[in-house]
Design a protein around this ligand. Structure first.
Ligand SMILES: [Zn+2]
Length: 106
């Protein structure tokens, strides 16, 4: 089943929209907590199948290999695509990150 982007306001779907999708960095709890903070879904924890589409990252967050677009290991999504298609740049709230970190590291 094609993965839908984890951002609640984003309708991009893997294999339907010609975009790159990236798994949540579950092994990197600090980076992962920042991703979760930006996704900003209530009581939501990412799984192995959770993915974000490339639209939420800056060009500088990527590097290219011969085969495909890759994400730098410390890249964090920062563009939220609002339903009205006006992009907002998300400011990370450090208090949210700290709460998330305490959840993830249990
Ligand atoms: Zn998306």
């Amino acid at each position: 089943m094609p993965a839908k982007c984890a951002f609640p306001t984003c309708n991009n779907t893997q294999n339907i929209d010609k975009l790159s999708f990236f798994q949540f960095p579950l092994n990197e709890s600090k980076v992962c907590a920042q991703w979760v903070a930006v996704v900003n879904r209530k009581k939501w924890i990412p799984t192995m199948s959770s993915k974000s589409c490339e639209k939420h990252f800056d060009i500088s967050d990527f590097y290219n290999t011969k085969k495909k677009k890759r994400l730098k290991p410390d890249a964090v999504p920062k563009h939220i695509i609002a339903p009205d298609r006006i992009e907002e740049v998300f400011e990370l709230d450090i208090s949210i990150i700290l709460i998330l970190l305490s959840i993830i590291e249990v």
